[in-house]
Design a protein around this ligand. Sequence first.
Ligand code: HAS
Length: 567
Amino acid sequence: MQAAQTRDIPVLEFPKLTALKTERWLVGVHLIVAFSALSLGLLMGPFQAFRRAPALQWDIPIFSYYYQALTLHGVLNALVFTTFFIVGFSYFVTQRTLQRPLASIRVAWAAFVIMLVGLVLAAFAIVTGQANVLYTFYPPMVAHPTFYLGLTLVIVASWMAGGDIFFTYAAWKRDHKGETVPLAVYATLTNFIMWITATIGVAVEVLFLMLPLSLGLVQTTDPQVARIMFWFFGHPLVYFWLLPAYTAWYTMMPKQNGVRLFSDGLGRVAFLMIMLFSIPIGVHHLFTDPGVSEVAKLFHALLTFVVALPSLLTAFNIAATLEWAGRKRGATGLVGWVFKQQWGNPVMAGMITGMLIFIIGGLTGIMNASFTLNLALHNTTWVPGHFHTTLAGGVFLTYMGIFYWLMPFLSGRKLFAPRLATAQVYLWFIGMLTFGLAMGRAGIEGAPRRTDAGAAAYISEAAVPWLNLTAVAGVILLISSILLYIVILGTLFASKKQEKADAEPPIDTKAPADDPSPSIFENWRVWMVVIVISNLVMWGPVLIQALDFTKGFIIFGFHPNAPIPLK
Ligand code: HAS
């Protein structure tokens, strides 16, 4: 922060961007599907909170749908909403930043249709009660085949989207030899490299283990192998959610504040590190699994601490940038800049409250990574407390901030009732803080996660008030969700047209000339080799141990020492 004070505070002039005709519809429909799926997923949230509160143990039929509702909540919010939002946002960032259309608009539309079909198939299975398997969907629970088929289609479509973004970048590179790609696209590329690598794990799990089982082609499966394949994907998944939020903090927030980013180079280091270190650490989700060696657990735990470093770099870089912004508005003293932020603007309020709650989410993540603490906290409500302050807090609030400038830009209409939008953001912030605190504390008191708490006699007395508090948080979040949809519908159908429909989105189209980065940062071949080797070293032994070649393993039903039959 001191460094920020001693340098001049630069103010940038930004070039005008030309409108790209195709982007609005393409990005718009991704967002419409994302927020439609979210509307149902969000409704299931307060339902969970009420169901878990000992004070609200009413004997009503709807409460018996606990696991179905929990699956809808997790799949729609964490898998469907995020994937549609991220793909749409990534298309937008790539096209706007590079000032060119996507390499293939047809591929982009085909990917959208495939993803939509996937969503319908998966939703069908869940809504009809044939897929109460939660968003982690590993065995021994088995869902209807349409559930796995649907998720496979969503993943395949996201690969097509990632490929399209890469070809767009390659075309830009050909036309801009020797130039550094702007940070927003650099971040998007690292996100899709990580995503495509990680989803190979879940694709193998679904295609070779779950789908054959669900179709009745095999009678048994190996839950441990399935869990390993899932978590190969499951941890990088959380950074797939996070990186678009970081993209907005690094590349849009400065422009919205009229300043430049404190350090572009440090930002690239952070994105690169997350791409490299997010996959070879997933065993921290398997700390309590007996089938994984202690040595693997130790190494994955160590690297988990390393993957927190880029977020600590981010905290410094973004805080320094916000400090510049505050001082530019006349802030003085050590913390005066905090009060000079745009707290009344829903876009900035979304991002900054997202950052603030993410500090708590991140710190609880570092606690989870400690092997000994994890033994006490795993499978308690502490864990949902952690991911409601990271995903549903930091990430979601930032997506709100993005959405509140992107929606008017795409629709050509003014944001409806900006004060209501700001209130929505703060209510979400307060509701999620309360929820995170209550779930975290109930977890410390031993309340189990994913449990119909009303029916569980073993909930300790000490956890009861905290579980009841989650219901209060649920009410606050429900009100915030209603406000969100009032703002969305109001903007689309009741708001005035923007005078300047093509208002400039807050994206830089050039990397800063005075803050150059080494060219190796964009040498993707080198990084791919690093990713392959590091994951072979970190995951290879874990998988070999689980497959246990001396006994054979189950792929397409081959298993001489057949384990427990499921049917
Ligand atoms: Fe996690 C479990 C460890 C980050 C999500 N995590 C989960 C699960 C989810 C999830 C969904 O080691 C549950 C999976 C399941 O269903 O079982 N997590 C970590 C660590 C990090 C971390 C070390 N997680 C995330 C993020 C998520 C997420 C991000 C979603 C988006 N997590 C774990 C572990 C488990 C786990 C174990 C397994 C638990 C178990 O036993 O089951 C780190 O990456 C966190 C680093 C972040 C920080 C915070 C930096 C702060 C910043 C904000 C700065 C603020 C500013 C504002 C600048 C160190 C960048 C200033 C402004 C002013 C105005 C003052």
